[in-house]
Write a protein that binds this ligand. Structure first.
Ligand SMILES: CC(C)(COP(=O)(O)OP(=O)(O)OC[C@H]1O[C@@H](n2cnc3c(N)ncnc32)[C@H](O)[C@@H]1OP(=O)(O)O)[C@@H](O)C(=O)NCCC(=O)NCCS
Length: 142
C-alpha cells in the first residue's frame, strides 16, 4: 500500500478516521491537508499522518490506521515517512503529543520530555494549546 501526499478529496476520510479514534480533527482543514500523508484502499483513506510546521520545528500528529489494518506495520511506515519528510525539511527534532500511543513512539526512538521544554512555536500550536488534553505526553526525537 503506497503512502502519498493527501489530496483535497481525502479530507473527509482523514477527519472520519480521527474522529472515530477521538483524536483532534477540528483543525484538520484544507490548509493543513498540505502536510498530510495518507494510505488509501479502494474504499478510501485507511491511514494518515501529518507533519505540522511550527516555525522552525515540526509536530508529528494525527497518526491513525483504520482498526482492520492494525498490526501490519502501516502505522510504523506512516511515522517513518513523516520522519523522512521532516529530514528533507531540515528539521532537527520531531515533537509529538500523545495520550494513547506513548509506548508505540518510545519503541520508535521518541522520548518523553516535560511539556515545559517544548519550544514556543510548538506550545503555540492548536494541538498543544487547545486540542490535546493537558495530560497528553510530549515526546521528541532524537
Ligand atoms: C498507533 C497506530 C497508528 C499504530 O498503527 P499500526 O499500523 O497498528 O502499527 P504497526 O503495525 O506499525 O505497529 C504495531 C506495533 O505497535 C504496537 N502498538 C500499536 N498501537 C499501540 C499503542 N497505542 N500503544 C502501544 N503500542 C502500540 C503494537 O503492539 C505492535 O507492537 P509489536 O511490533 O511489538 O508487535 C494505531 O494503533 C492507531 O491508529 N491507533 C489509534 C490512533 C492513535 O492512538 N494514534 C496515535 C495518536 S498520537
Amino acid at each position: 500500500m503506497r503512502i502519498e501526499a493527501a489530496r483535497a478529496s481525502d479530507l473527509a476520510g482523514i477527519r472520519w478516521l480521527l474522529e472515530y479514534e477521538y483524536l483532534p480533527s477540528e483543525d484538520v482543514t484544507e490548509q493543513l491537508l498540505d502536510h498530510f500523508l495518507v494510505c488509501r484502499d479502494e474504499k478510501g483513506v485507511v491511514g494518515a499522518v501529518a507533519l505540522e510546521p511550527c516555525g522552525k520545528h515540526v509536530l508529528l500528529r494525527s497518526l491513525v490506521v483504520t482498526a482492520e489494518l492494525r498490526g501490519e506495520r502501516l502505522g510504523s511506515r506512516l511515522a517513518q515517512a513523516a520522519e523522512v519528510l521532516a529530514e528533507r525539511r531540515g528539521s532537527k527534532a520531531i515533537y509529538l503529543l500523545t495520550t494513547t500511543a506513548e509506548k508505540f513512539f518510545a519503541a520508535r526512538g521518541y522520548r518523553a520530555v516535560p511539556r515545559t521544554e517544548a519550544p514556543l512555536q510548538i506550545q503555540g500550536s492548536s494541538q498543544f494549546s487547545r486540542l490535546c488534553p493537558s495530560t497528553a505526553v510530549l515526546m521528541v526525537k532524537p
